[in-house]
Design a protein around this ligand. Structure first.
Ligand code: FE
Ligand code: FE
Ligand code: MG
Length: 164
């Protein structure tokens, strides 16, 4: 299965799979954090925030799909059990205990900043040694950069309202 495609990977495939599985765990946790955040969030600008959180949760789920596809192409297996996600993840999980919009936005901005760091370092490490993984990670990084910006823009608007 995909023997030539795997053969061209110019670095330890086990290491690529390790990086991918850690990212996979991050994406599921990010998906869940956004999804749950969109259900519990309360406060000013709630509707705009809910729309953004839901859009981002869908993106994170799509990212989990992209990462899984690559893991399987490389002959690996995605982390099978949800209880392993925290262990594998780089960015962890920030439970939305406080539903206030400001707090939810802060938590998710922190998560995006972690995701940006993770994909950027994955891209640096993999480089052209595995162009397919590289390309996937660049696509995801573009989304994470957009996510951070969207949330920071909402956060700025919210600050303006809270100051009134
Ligand atoms: Fe993501
Ligand atoms: Fe994101
Ligand atoms: Mg967005």
């Amino acid at each position: 299965m995909g023997t030539k495609g795997r053969e061209i990977v110019g670095m330890d495939v086990k290491r690529v799979l390790e990086l991918l599985n850690k990212a996979f765990a991050d994406e599921w946790l990010a998906y869940y954090q956004y999804w749950l955040g969109s259900k519990v969030v309360a406060g000013p600008m709630k509707d705009a925030v809910i729309a953004e959180l839901l859009q981002h949760s869908a993106d994170e789920l799509r990212h989990a799909g992209l990462v899984t596809t690559r893991i399987i192409q490389l002959g690996g297996a995605p982390v099978i059990a949800p209880q392993e996600w925290i262990k594998y993840s780089n960015c962890g999980y920030d439970a939305p205990n406080d539903p206030f919009v400001k707090k939810i936005l802060e938590q998710n901005i922190k998560g995006e900043q972690c995701a940006i760091t993770v994909y950027n370092s994955l891209i640096q490490e993999v480089g052209t040694k595995d162009p397919v993984t590289y390309n996937m990670a660049v696509q995801i990084l573009q989304d994470e950069v957009e996510h951070e910006e969207d949330l920071q823009a909402l956060s700025e608007d919210l600050q303006a309202i809270l100051k009134k």
